[in-house]
Design a protein around this ligand. Structure first.
Ligand code: ADP
Ligand code: ADP
Length: 227
């Protein structure tokens, strides 16, 4: 059964159509890669699924409930409590330590500082970040920063992780390390993952690959589990 779903979603930015009847159902615990050419609507679809954008027409469902009918405050709460986000870059607060960056979602969710820091720290060993807890995020390498971003996305144990070109700023070896860690952590926790990528190598980590073309979602012919 689907945990997150877009049904016939349409969205235009002014005169520019971005989604033109996008339909995608992602199963609970499934890892789906969303591929397709630049400008085809991949990010817009991800932002609609994640409750960042609301489609002009169509439905977005999380766990069977209509996300597109929620107001911005409730969608913001849903994002904070149920979703994790990893983007290409620019997501860490440079003045904060790596540890505080990871603890931030918990603190924003009302956790006590000591609890938030303890839970944040548990991710450092898990993601091969031991010893980097007190680094300012501006002093991390690209791969380290992306692993810290991954820890921050996962620390509140989201139901769904949304990753938009998570390896886009990394060399291929570092990108593969980040993908290995992301997929391992998601499988261990039963986290559903939606990854937007234009890299076939990254998409290969997913259970299923779909292609967005002109604002619509297509199964990748011949892909494992495509329907
Ligand atoms: P992709 O992620 O596949 O590259 P996007 O979803 O970012 O595609 O964009 C789909 C279409 O919507 C493109 O034509 C893009 O230029 C346009 N678009 C995306 N975001 C905006 C925005 N904030 N304002 C105006 N046009 C946008
Ligand atoms: P792009 O898809 O063009 O690379 P990003 O994916 O980095 O852009 O961000 C797209 C938009 O989503 C930005 O306006 C950003 O502020 C917003 N955004 C990113 N993370 C969140 C979040 N956790 N909650 C709400 N909005 C977010």
């Amino acid at each position: 059964t689907a945990i997150i779903e877009a049904r016939d979603a349409h969205l235009a930015f002014g005169q520019t159509p971005a989604l033109r009847g996008a339909t995608l159902a992602v199963g609970d615990g499934e890892i789906v890669a969303v591929m397709g050419p630049s400008g085809s609507g991949k990010s817009t679809l991800l932002h609609c699924l994640a409750g960042i954008l609301v489609p002009d027409r169509g439905e977005i469902l999380f766990d069977g409930a209509r996300v597109d009918r929620l107001d911005e405050t409730r969608r913001s709460t849903l994002r904070r409590d149920r979703f994790g986000f990893v983007f290409q870059f620019g997501q860490l607060v440079p003045e904060l330590t790596a540890e505080d960056n990871v603890a931030l979602p918990l603190l924003l969710g009302g956790a006590r500082r000591a609890d938030a820091v303890r839970r944040a720290r548990s991710w450092f060993a898990r993601l091969g970040l031991d010893g980097l807890e007190q680094r300012r995020s501006g002093e991390l390498s690209g791969g380290q920063a992306q692993r810290v971003a991954l820890a921050r996305a996962l620390v509140a144990e989201p139901r769904v992780l949304f990753a938009d070109e998570p390896t886009g700023a990394l060399d291929s070896l570092t990108g593969e390390q980040v993908m290995d860690l992301m997929v391992d952590a998601a499988r261990a926790n039963g986290t559903t993952v939606v990854i937007v990528t234009h890299e076939a190598r990254v998409a290969a980590y997913a259970d299923r690959q779909v292609i967005v073309r002109d604002g619509r979602v297509h199964a990748l012919a011949g892909a494992r589990g495509a329907s």
